[in-house]
Design a protein around this ligand. Structure first.
Ligand code: MTE
Ligand code: MO
Length: 241
């Protein structure tokens, strides 16, 4: 015969399972693969292994084939030319750890490796009229950076992240890391650099209410590698954590 005590325990166990079933995450949020994995495309994702470093692409983009890619450099310079992946990898290597801060609250830190803008400048020799560079990306994203901001030592042209080649998601084969500006000023999947005579608004500052300059303002940050706990930030590059 079932005792009153045993019945109560059984009932408690059943209710616990019931409560768990209601409050666990739905299947979609549990998925550990993003929509684009295994496809010929990359796009915005925040799930699975990208939980700790979100992926932003303003629209889905076909993955870049390494053997087809060349960096085109032109506009206001004396020697317009192209560079292969092999050539840019042979430039003197610069390594720097820095935090990428998206204007939409989150941030994440990584070790970046690449080269400085000076390597490009000395090979193409910009004309005196040039004040900045427009980066044209494979997803037709465009972003402008001034020569002054590109020449800062914190700024790198990057082909490797955390000691591995950049993934398609993080901007293979080449991206800018400029840690004192918001993420949207860090163009990924670069195909072309164009020296230009005036400041130009980039894709993101046209879409949203964001400044053309994109320097990080004092405010709050929710770092993904620190459980999204709110941190105060003083503006400029985040050096505190
Ligand atoms: N080509 C390209 N680069 C881009 C973007 C984009 O949509 N397309 N988004 C920017 C934004 S808003 C951010 S926050 C960072 C995010 O970099 P991640 O995807 O490596 O985290 O990429 C920047 N570079
Ligand atoms: Mo962003």
């Amino acid at each position: 015969m079932i005792t009153r005590r045993a019945f109560l325990i059984r009932w408690l166990k059943l209710s616990a399972v019931f409560v768990w079933a209601i409050f666990r995450k739905p299947f979609s949020a549990q998925a550990d693969q993003d929509y684009f994995s295994g496809t010929d495309f990359v796009g915005k994702t925040r799930i699975g292994r990208y939980e700790k470093f979100y992926i932003n692409y303003w629209k889905p983009m076909r993955r870049i084939k390494p053997d087809r890619w060349k960096l085109e450099v032109g506009g206001l310079c004396r020697n317009s030319r192209t560079f292969t992946l092999e050539e840019i990898r042979s430039f003197p290597i610069k390594t720097r750890a820095s935090r990428l801060k998206c204007v939409e609250c989150w941030s994440a830190r990584a070790m970046w490796q690449g080269f400085s803008f000076a390597e490009i400048e000395k090979r193409v020799r910009p004309l005196p009229e040039a004040v900045g560079v427009v980066f044209h990306c494979a997803d037709s994203y465009k972003e402008y950076l001034s020569l002054e901001s590109l020449r800062r030592e914190e700024t790198l042209l990057v082909y490797s992240m955390d000691e591995k080649p950049l993934t398609d998601e993080h901007g293979f084969p080449l991206r800018v890391i400029i840690p004192f500006k918001y993420g949207y000023k860090n163009p990924k999947a670069i195909e072309k650099m164009e020296f230009v005579p005036d400041v130009q608004p980039g894709t993101w500052s046209k879409i949203g209410p964001y400044s053309v300059d994109g320097t990080i303002l004092p405010g709050h940050d929710h770092p993904l590698d620190r459980n999204k706990k709110a941190h105060r930030i003083p503006g400029g590059e985040i050096l505190e954590y």
